[in-house]
Design a protein around this ligand. Structure first.
Ligand code: TRP
Length: 334
């Protein structure tokens, strides 16, 4: 039996990068009877760098839930819940903070690079700085042994493992050491349609699960290809050409894609043609997801009720762990 915990910050709708990097894998894992899945909408973590803009976080809770349901995460098989509704997570974090030095938190490479990216300078919110400890609470509250995440989350898992070791050797064997489940090769990070390293809302280079067919068409037509491939008869470059990058990830007919690549390299194959093909490939994958999303979006109250039920369920599990933790620490007085 595996216990799985993972989640997303609700700061926007989910895009194809999330889809190939993690959502697809979750749906696969969900199909296995041996896996007990917990999927968390990490609004508390999202607030660590959006404190002044809480609506951005709260309004995206529903959007992320719709994306989950649209790709096939099923509340009957997976517990879908909202982080802020589980107060035990904050309490656990309080105890874990005493087991981690400030110097250790400062060393976290993901937090370091996020601080740079977000241009916090000297004004890093304390909550943001310590979010890896909050994440350790998320994971250990469920006694999760597997955590499917992207490469950038490896330091969070290492931090969690250290906390588990320290806790267990100090107070007794209570917590479970989790392992990261990383994306398969080539599925790690989908670049944006502009060819930038990362698909992201802030770079405005994403294709979203909620995008309609027309939007997808326009986005694909504007994709970064080979800037030196000016005339159809010119030889073109396949490497770094987003149309081929996406075809490699989403295309099923690998032999045909190889043929297209050869032709493109040789010259004589226009961008519009390969873009049209990519539109068909993406539509085949995304049309059913979009249809399901629209269906669920008709009844937002039902979606919120599903999250409420999931949160109640999650809270029970977290409360039991907190109980074990407090007993082990000798602070369960009554
Ligand atoms: N840090 C994760 C992200 O930015 C979200 C997250 C919060 C998470 N808590 C978690 C992921 C626990 C895995 C396990 O995407």
């Amino acid at each position: 039996m595996n216990i799985i915990l993972t989640g997303d910050r609700p700061t926007g709708q989910l895009h194809l990068g999330h889809y190939v990097g993690s959502l697809k894998k979750r749906v696969e894992m969900q199909a296995d009877e041996n896996n007990q899945m917990n999927i968390m909408i990490a609004d508390v973590q999202a607030l660590t760098d959006n404190a002044k803009n809480p609506e951005k976080v709260s309004k995206n809770v529903l959007e992320v839930a719709l994306d989950y349901l649209a790709v096939g995460l099923d509340p009957k098989r997976s517990t879908l819940f909202i982080q802020s509704q589980i107060p035990q997570l904050a309490e656990l974090m309080m105890y874990y903070m005493n087991l981690v030095t400030v110097a250790r938190v400062k060393r976290n490479p993901t937090v370091k690079s996020e601080i740079e990216q977000k241009k916090f300078g000297e004004s890093v919110p304390t909550g943001f700085f310590v979010y890896p400890i909050s994440q350790a609470a998320d994971i250990t509250a469920f006694k999760a042994n597997l955590v499917p995440v992207g490469e950038d989350q490896k330091p969070m898992l290492e931090q969690t493992q250290e906390i588990v070791h320290t806790f267990n050797s100090t107070y007794g064997e209570v917590l479970v050491e989790p392992k990261a489940v990383l994306p398969e090769k080539g599925m790690g990070r989908l670049p944006g349609i502009d060819g930038n390293g990362k698909m992201s809302k802030s770079l405005n280079n994403g294709i979203y699960l909620a995008d309609d067919a027309d939007t997808i068409k326009k986005k694909v037509m504007s994709m970064y290809t080979d800037p030196n491939h000016i005339h159809v008869e010119d030889p073109g470059q396949v490497e770094g050409n987003m149309v081929f990058t996406y075809l490699d990830v989403f295309g099923k007919d690998k032999a045909y894609i190889e043929e297209l690549k050869e032709h493109y390299r040789r010259g004589g194959l226009g961008d519009v043609k390969i873009k049209r093909y990519l539109i068909d490939v993406l539509e085949a994958e995304l049309a059913p997801i979009r249809a399901r999303r629209l269906e669920f979006a008709k009844d937002p109250q039902a979606v919120m009720e599903m999250l409420r039920q999931g949160s109640l369920q999650a809270e029970k599990v977290a409360a039991a762990t907190l109980d074990d933790v407090k007993k082990a620490m000798g602070i369960q007085y009554f």
